[in-house]
Design a protein around this ligand. Structure first.
Ligand code: HEM
Length: 409
């Protein structure tokens, strides 16, 4: 086969989604679960391998011969803007062991179940006050603006010790960095704005440390000289960004999923035991899985993945959202089923060294957000036809722009 013919055979990534089924990954990609591994062509002409099956996704993410370091040749960066801004950060997301483990140890205390349990009353109070506001104002409300965005914003502020009054500033710049709607200059500018903002906060924390993650990083890492100022800022910026768009879009998309599956919303209305609620939320994470652009890695040695040899220096796009639709693991995978017995084996938070540090926290936010919303506003429904919703396909995180809702008064 000529080079041109071979190149024409490589499908473009990502293919568009089918707007009629906004929860489903593109059908072309789902079909790959039954095919041998293939390469795809991404925005910069690079042709990484696409990994979609559950077992292979887990195998790659837990294999240290695959590196998460974007400086390595062959690493398939998500977008040009992302590569020039967020992807350039040196932080635990982009480090390999042993450096990665050293960074993770500095944070682990702030992400334990115990710490998350301590935060739950504050999350519940915030969620209740958002619903109080919606009820006081009366319908319609926009779930994205009035509920899904403020919840993780408040949580990140509390966790990091970032002033809540600055939320519009960092939400705006985070959105620009994570979306591919914006130019390279805009993304780099926003990334720098966030950097400078956190950099200034370090002085505030040094002068008056509190019980928050940023203060701990300043007191335990920066002041004794364990970490440089740059390292501390990049770590804090990662957390500010990693936990925000993901959870906000999960709350918004999860709400749409329940509103369009009334029999499942009925289950959420409860009553549900703790384990039942936990399963229901895992299933929402599995079904909606907003991290739709794949985890990115590059092979540092020749590695067999299933039947396929992946050579050193070749990139891989590891699709956790397709793993979560693998019929071998999740029968009737395209069905939302809040009783699904094995929902907790979901891949939405990744696997291996880089598995999401915020998984417990995000799950706590979702449990409180959904249980409270359906308990307090059981008659919640869409205020516009489903077809009028506009989904955000182009960003690093999948989502929906607005969710107008109404309820019986
Ligand atoms: C809907 C909610 C969330 C989803 C679906 C999600 C998903 C993920 C995934 C798939 C990874 C793995 C990245 C990789 O393998 O390259 C990851 C990593 C990470 N997440 Fe999350 N995340 C969520 C919420 C959060 C929250 C709330 C925080 C913190 C406040 C957070 C902090 C992190 C951090 C620090 C990493 C990097 C871990 C490492 O590289 O070792 N995430 N997340």
């Amino acid at each position: 086969m000529s080079e041109a013919a071979a190149a024409a055979d490589v499908p473009e990534f990502p293919p568009p989604r089918d707007r009629r089924c906004p929860f489903d990954p593109p059908a072309d990609l789902v079909a790959r679960n039954d095919l041998p591994l293939t390469k795809v062509r991404q925005w910069d002409g690079l042709e990484p391998w696409l990994i979609t099956r559950y077992d292979e996704v887990r195998a790659v993410l837990t294999d240290r011969r695959f590196s998460a370091d974007p400086r390595k040749p062959g690493y398939p960066e998500k977008t040009e803007a992302y590569g020039a801004s967020v992807g350039q950060d040196r932080n635990l997301r982009t480090m390999d062991p042993p450096e990665h483990g050293e960074q993770k140890r500095m944070l682990i205390r702030d992400f334990t179940i115990k710490r998350v349990d301590e935060m739950k009353p504050a999350i519940q109070a915030r969620v209740d006050s958002l619903i109080d506001d919606m009820l006081a104002k009366g319908p319609p409300a926009d779930i994205v603006r009035d509920y899904a965005v403020p919840i993780p914003t408040m949580v990140i502020c509390e966790l990091l010790g970032v002033p809540y009054k600055d939320r519009d500033f960092f939400n705006h710049h985070t959105e620009i960095c994570m979306s591919s709607d914006h130019s390279l200059e805009e993304a780099t500018g926003s990334s720098q704005e966030l950097y400078d903002y956190i950099d200034r906060l370090l002085d505030v924390k040094a002068a008056e440390p509190r019980n928050d993650l940023l203060s701990r990083l300043v007191v335990e890492q920066l002041l004794p000289g364990v970490q440089t100022r740059r390292e501390v800022v990049e770590m804090a910026r990662l957390i500010l960004m990693a936990g925000h768009d993901t959870t906000a879009n999960m709350v918004a998309m999860g709400t749409v999923a329940l509103l369009t599956h009334p029999e499942q919303a009925e289950i959420m209305r409860g009553p549900l035991s703790k384990p039942e609620l936990s399963t229901a939320i895992d299933e929402l994470f599995r079904y909606v899985n907003v991290t739709h652009t794949g985890r990115r890695r590059v092979a540092t040695e020749d590695v067999m993945v299933g039947e396929q040899l992946i050579r050193a220096g070749e990139g891989v796009i590891v699709m956790t959202n397709l793993a979560d639709r693998d019929e071998r693991v999740f029968p009737a995978a395209d069905k939302l089923d809040l009783w699904r017995a094995n929902a907790r084996t979901l891949m939405a938070f990744g696997a291996g060294d880089h598995r999401c540090m915020g998984a417990f926290l995000s799950k706590a936010e979702m449990e409180i957000a959904f249980a409270t919303l359906w308990r307090r506003i059981p008659s919640l429904k869409l205020a516009v036809p489903f077809e009028a919703l506009s989904f955000r396909e182009e960003g690093v995180v999948y989502g929906v722009r607005k969710v107008p809702v109404t309820w019986d008064t």
